[in-house]
Design a protein around this ligand. Structure first.
Ligand code: DHE
Length: 508
């Protein structure tokens, strides 16, 4: 009976896929097409979910993959299949994804170039905004529910314009330094450049099959795109997104790596590239884009670091590793502190749990600077003294958090409780007493997450992560609600001034 079910599904789906000619297990392939292809792509090249090809799974043991298929994966949209599939089917799927496809997928310069679309060439649109607002106090809100973005006036909190984005954006959109343009990256590799003054997408290009994020050089010349698939960093012209170079991510000894993320480091005038499968960090000075350029610096590490926090000067990076699969490190050392100039390790980070450094924030505390990070597997915010890299205090929260935010002008730091039964709650802490001030639960039962401040720090905007969701505006001092703006799963929001001035309270 089961075999018949697979055969029917194989007949429906397998024809025309790259795997069908390869002698791969047809039944497993049919299962894959039925349950996995919608998110992971018919040819396993990725989509909303990661690519499921052997080279992408190099750090995930098959046992861990089986667990993910059965139990789902926290932090992602991967559901649990154990209720729908029996053990043999789960096993067959786990085996299938470790089989190489019939054809090696690639996405080189020619593919990238062929996908390039320029909707409005440089100079063809006016330089005066077509709406009135404080251009430094605008927000872009990414609405994941229906793949749109909203341009929001940060004074009136009225939407100015709502437009469709590519499917499944991920990572923060990045502004040009004057705030006129914003660049979006989608999980399946599309990079879009949007002209805020004219409310138009001006150019698009597919830079990878499975992309992590994009960074824009502070001199507004380059966009760097980090890919999981292929293992490459792609450099585009920030003018019209035309491709300049594809840099294979290798260690020089025959091993290649996915890019965890690429960051721009304005004071260093360089891109910093975090690698997932090679224990190295790369630094690529703006403009030195050839991979063998002697100015490309490789910092060799003791272990893989793929989640980063930079100090405000970009001289030091704190890095943490996300263990593969559902494994959680029990090690006392959960990260490292690296000096970017010397390449030397300054300290081990002894944070219990799994810090989410990428969403960390920093502020002055007495005669030192501290950084705070939520933890992805425990209800704790770790506050670390950035002079001696010791944990100064661990604040208890009602569950693991994902995003943290503050503003120079605000006495408070906000952290969500992203996972678990209390995911509808958000904690507000005092940055000097390091004590809890208030816990908000704006919509019981719905996830409340991701805060961003207005330019002056007077208001904090919080998302209700639901298709029938909202952005809620709070007075950042009294913590009273000011306004509720309906939106479709507004995942993140990004204030032009705070982002382009690298505010210490926001992610970079
Ligand atoms: Fe993200 C940013 C990695 C899952 C929403 N996420 C980032 C960045 C990295 C990262 C490296 C910084 C890039 C940037 O902003 O340029 N995210 C990862 C993962 O490795 C992880 C755990 C697994 C994965 O599937 O990729 C992951 N992320 C998620 C989600 O499941 C979230 C909650 C929903 C979604 O969009 O898929 C999610 N990530 C976000 C958001 C940002 C982000 C909203 C931007 C943060 C900010 O600056 O505000």
């Amino acid at each position: 009976m089961k075999a018949l079910k697979y055969c029917i599904a194989a007949g429906l789906f397998a024809l025309g896929t790259a795997n069908s000619a390869s002698g791969l297990d047809k039944a497993a392939e049919a299962l894959y097409q039925r349950h996995c292809a919608a998110c992971h792509g018919a040819q396993r090249l990725g989509g909303i979910g990661p690519a499921l090809l052997p080279q992408n799974l190099s750090r995930l043991r098959k046992k861990a993959a089986l667990e993910v298929i059965g139990q789902g994966r926290p932090l992602t949209q991967m559901p649990a299949f154990s209720g729908q599939l029996d053990d043999a089917e789960l096993d067959a799927l786990a085996d299938f994804i470790y089989q190489p496809p019939a054809e090696e997928p690639n996405w080189g310069l020619a593919d990238i170039r062929a996908s390039h679309v320029v909707h409005h060439p440089k100079g063809s649109l006016g330089d005066k905004p077509v709406f009135e607002a404080d251009l430094q106090n605008l927000f872009i809100v990414v609405e994941q529910g229906d793949h749109h973005a909203t341009l929001l006036d940060g004074d009136s909190f009225e939407p100015i314009y709502r437009f469709q984005t590519r499917y499944a954006l991920h990572g923060g959109p990045k502004y040009s330094s004057d705030g006129r343009y914003v660049f979006f990256a989608s999980r399946d590799g599309w990079i879009s450049k949007f002209d805020i003054y004219n409310l138009k997408v001006v150019a698009e290009i597919r830079a990878g099959i499975n992309t992590r994020n994009a960074a824009v050089s502070f001199n507004n010349k380059y966009v760097a795109v980090g890919n999981y698939l292929p293992h490459s960093l792609v450099l585009l012209s920030a003018d019209d997104l035309s491709p300049l170079a594809v840099l294979p991510m290798t260690d020089g000894a025959g091993n290649s790596s996915r890019v965890s993320a690429v960051y721009t480091a304005p004071p260093r005038e360089s891109f910093i590239v975090a690698l997932k499968d090679i224990p190295q960090i790369l630094e690529i000075p703006y403009g030195h884009i050839a991979p063998d350029n002697p100015r490309v610096k490789r910092i060799k590490l003791e272990d893989y670091l793929d989640d980063f926090f930079f100090n405000q000067e970009y001289s030091v990076v704190m890095g943490a590793s996300r263990p593969a699969g559902s494994e959680v490190s029990e090690s006392a050392v959960s990260g490292r502190v690296i000096d970017l100039d010397s390449g030397r390790k300054l300290a081990d980070l002894a944070i219990p749990g799994m810090p989410h450094l990428g969403s960390g924030i920093s502020w002055r505390y007495g005669d030192t600077t501290v950084m705070a990070t939520p933890n992805l597997n425990s209800g704790a915010v770790s506050i670390i003294d950035m002079q001696d890299w010791q944990v100064l205090k661990t604040l208890e929260t009602e569950g693991p958090g994902f995003f943290m935010r503050s503003h120079d002008q605000s006495p408070y730091a906000w952290v969500d409780v992203f996972f678990g039964p209390n995911r509808d709650k958000v904690h507000v802490f005092d940055k000097q007493s390091l004590e809890l001030v208030k816990t908000l639960a704006p919509v019981p039962g719905k996830t409340a997450a991701h805060v961003e401040f207005t330019r002056d720090g007077r208001y904090a905007l919080l998302s209700i992560w639901d298709v029938d969701g909202a952005v809620i505006v709070y007075d950042a001092q009294s913590l009273e609600e000011v306004k509720r703006i309906p939106m479709s799963k507004p995942s993140g929001k990004y204030n032009v001034y705070n982002k382009t001035h690298y505010e210490a309270g926001t992610s970079h």
